[in-house]
Design a protein around this ligand. Structure first.
Ligand SMILES: Cc1ncc(COP(=O)(O)O)c(C=O)c1O
Length: 771
C-alpha cells in the first residue's frame, strides 16, 4: 500500500516577514522581554534572537501560518517533558507569555493571524560549517540517544499529513523523481527508494517511538572545545517511527573531519549505542535510512527547483554533498558496510569482549564508561560526576592540564630515545634522585612497574650471582614472565610458586598469627625470613634479595609491626642479598608521612622501582639504584628500552613531580588521608562490617568482616559495598588475600569536601546492607 502523499506545500520556504522593530515590540508586549532583535535563520518560521542587557535572551518565533496550533502545543509539551526527564539534554526551555500561556498571537498588515512563541536562547556555536571530529560525532550520537530515551514515552506528534522529511515519505515522493535533471542521478535515487519501499513492511517489527528526526548541523550547537553538543534545536520535524531512523539525518548530513560517510555514520552509531544499543535489524534500517535521506534531499531539490526557487538555492550544497556521499556509499560492498556498522553499534561491552578478549576484568557489576576527568572526579558519558577514590595513577589529578601541556609541548618538539643526547631525562633524573637517599643516584628508565621490577630482578641476579628471592605472600609485582614468578598473588601466575621464590608470611596484626601491639610481633614474623633464606641456600639458589611493595597493598594494605621490615632487610643483607623497594603503589607521596614508602621503615633499599603514579598516567617506569650496581649489570648486557626515558615521558614525569612538590601534595595526602580514615572509623562505631581501618595518607584499607569477634573476612559484603558505592557515584576497589579489603587510594588532590561526600556515600552504602 502506498503511503499517503506528504504535503509539499510545507516545503515552501517563505517564513513570515515581520520587521526587526515589530519583533522587538512583540517580545516586549507578549513576553515582557526588553532587548534588541537579530534575525535568525528559519525554514518555515521567522526567528529572532531578542537580546536583553543581561542573560542569554530568548528566541522569538513567529510561526508559519501553515503550522497548526496543535503542532505547537505538542512541541511545548515535548520540551517540557524533556527538561523534566533528562535535564542534561541541552534543549531550549519554553518561555511562557506574560499571561502564562504557551504562546500569543499577532496579525500582519494584511490581517493574517500568526502564532508567536518563545524559547530560551541556547548559547553555543553552530555546528554548521565546523568539522566534526571523532569525539564530537560520538557525542552527537550519545546526545541523540539520550534525547530518544527521554522521548520514549511521548505520544505521536499530531501531524495533519505525513511529514516530507519522514524517510517513509520517500516512497510517495517517488513520482517527483522525474524532476531530477540527470538521468544517472535519477536512476540512482529511484533504485534507493524502490529498495526502501520493498524493505519498509519489514520495519514494522522494529522499535517505534517519537524521534527528533532532524539532527543536522543547522540544528546542533557545539561547545567551545568543539568536542561536545551544547544544544539541540528545532522540534518541528518530529515523527513517530522506527528508532533506527533517528541517526540517519546526522549520518547523511554531518561531515566527519577527514572521515568518509560510512565512518562518520559508524562514529555516530558508536556514541548512540553507548546509551541505546540498536540491534542488527535496526542497524540495517539505519543504513537504508541514510541512503533514503540523501535520495530525499536530491528529490526535494528537484521539486524546489521547479516550485520554490528561493528554497532551491539553499539546497544546492546539500545536493552536491548527497550525490558525493551516495557515490561513496554505493561503491562499497553493502555487506561489509553493514558489518562495519554492526561492529560500531555493538554495545561497548560486547565490542570489548570481542576485541580485547573475555578475560579482561571489568570493574563493577554495572560497568562505568567515563568520558573525562578533572581532579578527583570522573565524568561518565552523560556528564554525571563520580568521586574517584580508587585511581592512584592520575596522582596529580585527572585531566591535569599542566602535565598534558608538558607532554604536548615536548611531543611537538622532539620525542626520540636515550641513545641521543637530551636534557629532559637528565633534568628529571636530577630531580628524582634528589628526593632519594644519597647513593641512590642512577636511573634506568622503562615503561611500566612490571618492567622496572623485571630490570631490578636482572640487576640483582647479575650483581649477586644468586637466583633466589624473598617476596611477601600474596605479593603482586607485575606481568612479565620473570616478575609474575615473583608474584604469589592469586591469578598472577599460571605455574605454582617456583622453587627460587620464597613467600614470607604476611605480618598481619589484625588477622595474622600475632595480633595487636604484641611487642614480639616484628621479631616473630621476621623469623619467617630465616627459614626462607636457609631453604634458598640449601637449594643452591642463594639469596638474591628481598622484593617488597612498601604499601603492602595486595596483602590488604597492612600496617606492619615497627621493626619488621628492618629485621627482614638485615637478614637478607647478611645472606648476601639486595633489597628492592617496590614503590609502584606507595611512592610519590601517597602515604603522606614520607615521599617514599620505604622511608617509613627506616631502611635504605639498594634498588627502588617506580611506575604507576610517576607521570600521571603517561606510561613511565624506572629503577633507581647505586651506580656501582647498575655498572655491574650493564657491564655484561646492553640494556636499552626504545621508549624508556624518551623526552616526552621525562617531561610528563617532571611536570608530575613538580606539581607534587609545588602543591604540597604529600602533606595534603597526610591530612586528607587522616580525615578520611577518621571518618571511616566513626562509621565503624555503627557498622560492625568494618573490622579494621588501616593505611597511611591516601592509601587506605578497610577490612570487611562477617563479625568482629571471629574477624572472618567477608568478600561478598566487600563486593556489595564497592558496587553500592559505585551506584552512589563513588569509586573504590578491593584487595587483600581474601578479597575483602576495601582499597581506597584517590588522586592526591582529592579535597576534604569530596572525601566528606565519599564518606556520606559509604554511610549510605553500609546502611543499605541492613535492609
Ligand atoms: C606493587 C606493584 N608493583 C608492580 C606493579 C606492576 O605495574 P604495571 O602494571 O605498571 O606493570 C603493580 C601493579 O599493580 C603493583 O601494584
Amino acid at each position: 500500500m502506498t503511503p499517503p502523499a506528504p504535503s509539499l506545500v510545507a516545503l515552501r520556504t517563505d517564513p513570515p516577514r515581520f520587521s526587526i522593530d515589530e519583533a522587538v515590540g512583540l517580545a516586549r508586549a507578549l513576553f515582557g522581554v526588553e532587548g534588541d532583535a537579530r534575525l535568525l535563520y528559519g525554514e518555515r518560521d521567522q526567528n529572532f534572537h531578542i537580546r536583553p542587557a543581561s542573560g542569554d535572551g530568548i528566541v522569538l518565533k513567529i510561526v508559519s501560518a501553515a503550522e497548526g496550533a496543535a503542532a505547537i502545543d505538542y512541541q511545548t509539551e515535548t520540551l517540557t517533558h524533556l527538561l523534566r526527564t533528562d535535564p542534561g539534554v541541552p534543549v531550549p526551555r519554553v518561555v511562557p507569555t506574560r499571561d502564562a500561556t504557551p504562546y500569543g498571537w499577532t496579525n500582519d498588515a494584511a490581517g493574517t493571524a500568526y502564532l508567536v512563541r518563545a524559547v530560551g536562547y541556547q548559547p553555543g556555536q553552530p555546528l554548521e560549517g565546523a568539522a566534526a571530529g571523532h569525539t564530537l560525532l560520538r557525542d552527537i550520537g550519545r546526545m541523540l540517544a539520550r534525547l530518544d530515551r527521554a522521548l520514549g514515552g511521548l505520544a505521536a506528534p499530531p501531524h495533519a499529513a505525513p511529514l516530507v522529511w519522514d524517510p517513509r515519505s520517500a516512497v510517495s515522493l517517488r513520482h517527483f523523481t522525474n524532476l531530477i535533471p540527470s538521468a544517472e542521478r535519477r536512476r540512482m535515487v529511484e533504485r534507493i527508494i524502490d529498495r526502501f519501499a520493498d524493505l519498509l513492511p519489514s520495519y514494522s517489527g522494529l522499535r517505534h517511538q517519537t524521534i527528533h528526526n532532524d539532527g543536522h548541523a543547522g540544528n546542533l550547537l557545539i561547545d567551545g572545545s568543539a568536542r561536545a553538543v551544547a544544544g539541540i534545536l528545532d522540534f518541528g520535524d518530529m515523527i513517530h517511527g522506527p528508532l533506527a531512523f533517528e541517526l540517519a539525518v546526522p549520518a547523511a548530513e554531518i561531515d566527519g573531519d577527514g572521515l568518509g560517510p560510512l565512518d562518520s555514520a559508524a562514529e555516530l552509531l558508536t556514541g548512540y549505542s553507548a546509551i541505546l544499543p540498536l540491534d542488527a535489524g535496526e542497524i540495517a534500517a539505519f543504513y537504508q535510512a541514510i541512503l533514503v535521506r540523501h535520495a530525499l534531499n536530491i528529490t526535494i531539490q528537484a521539486w524546489r527547483t521547479a516550485h520554490d526557487p528561493t528554497g532551491a538555492a539553499k539546497l544546492d550544497g546539500t545536493v552536491a554533498h548527497a550525490v558525493a556521499a551516495l557515490d561513496t556509499l554505493l561503491s562499497l560492498d553493502e555487506a561489509k558496510s553493514l558489518a562495519l556498522l554492526a561492529d560500531a553499534g555493538q554495545p561497548i561491552q560486547e565490542r570489548r569482549r570481542r576485541r580485547l578478549g573475555p578475560g579482561l576484568e571489568l570493574s563493577y557489576q554495572r560497568p562505568v564508561h567515563f568520558g573525562r576527568g578533572e581532579g578527583a572526579v570522573l565524568y561518565d558519558l552523560e556528564g554525571r560526576g563520580y568521586i574517584d577514590c580508587y585511581n592512584n595513577v592520575p596522582s596529580v589529578g585527572h585531566g591535569n592540564k599542566i602535565v598534558a601541556d608538558a607532554i604536548g609541548r615536548q611531543m611537538a618538539e622532539i620525542c626520540s630515545n636515550t641513545r641521543y643526547l637530551h636534557h629532559t631525562v637528565l633534568d628529571y633524573a636530577d630531580r628524582l634522585t634528589r628526593t632519594l637517599p644519597d647513593g641512590l643516584e642512577t636511573c634506568l628508565f622503562v615503561n611500566s612497574g612490571s618492567e622496572a621490577n623485571d630490570a631490578a630482578w636482572r640487576i640483582v641476579k647479575a650483581v649477586t650471582g644468586h637466583t633466589g628471592m624473598l617476596v611477601m605472600s600474596n605479593a603482586y609485582h607485575g606481568i612479565t614472565d620473570a616478575v609474575a614468578t615473583l608474584s604469589p598473588y592469586y591469578g598472577a601466575r599460571i605455574e605454582p610458586i617456583a622453587p627460587h621464590v620464597k613467600a614470607l608470611e604476611a605480618p598481619d596484626l589484625y588477622r595474622g598469627r600475632i595480633r595487636g601491639d604484641d611487642p614480639a610481633a616484628a621479631v616473630s614474623y621476621a623469623a619467617a625470613a630465616d627459614v626462607a633464606i636457609a631453604e634458598l641456600i640449601q637449594s643452591g639458589h642463594g639469596v638474591g634479595g628481598f622484593l617488597f611493595d612498601t604499601g603492602f597493598v595486595s596483602n590488604g594494605i597492612l600496617d606492619v609491626p615497627a621493626g619488621y621490615v628492618a629485621a627482614v632487610v638485615e637478614k637478607v643483607r647478611a645472606a648476601g642479598g639486595l633489597i628492592i623497594a617496590d614503590e609502584v603503589q606507595a611512592g610519590f607521596g601517597r602515604t603522606g608521612d614520607t615521599l617514599w614508602g620505604f622511608q617509613r621503615y627506616g631502611i635504605i633499599p639498594d634498588l627502588v622501582t617506580l611506575g604507576k603514579p610517576m607521570a600521571n598516567g603517561h606510561p613511565v617506569g624506572a629503577v633507581v639504584t647505586r651506580p656501582a650496581l647498575l655498572d655491574r649489570f650493564t657491564d655484561r648486557v646492553e640494556f636499552f628500552s626504545t621508549f624508556g626515558g624518551n623526552p616526552v615521558s621525562a617531561a610528563a614525569a617532571l611536570a608530575t613531580l613538580d606539581i607534587i612538590e609545588r602543591d604540597g601534595l604529600r602533606a595534603h595526602a597526610l591530612v586528607t588521608g587522616e580525615f578520611f580514615r577518621n571518618g571511616i572509623k566513626k562509621l565503624a562505631q555503627y557498622h560492625p562490617a568494618i573490622g579494621d581501618v588501616r593505611g597511611s595518607g591516601l592509601l587506605i584499607g578497610v577490612d570487611v568482616v562477617t563479625d568482629r569477634h571471629s574477624r572472618g573476612p567477608d568478600p561478598a559484603t566487600a563486593r556489595l559495598l564497592v558496587n553500592r558505592l559505585r551506584d552512589r557515584h563513588v569509586l573504590i576497589g578491593i584487595d587483600g588475600p581474601h578479597g575483602n579489603v576495601l582499597k581506597i587510594r584517590p588522586p592526591l588532590p582529592i579535597t576534604q569536601d569530596q572525601v566528606g561526600r565519599a564518606l556520606d556515600a559509604l554511610r549510605s552504602a553500609l546502611e543499605s546492607l541492613q535492609t
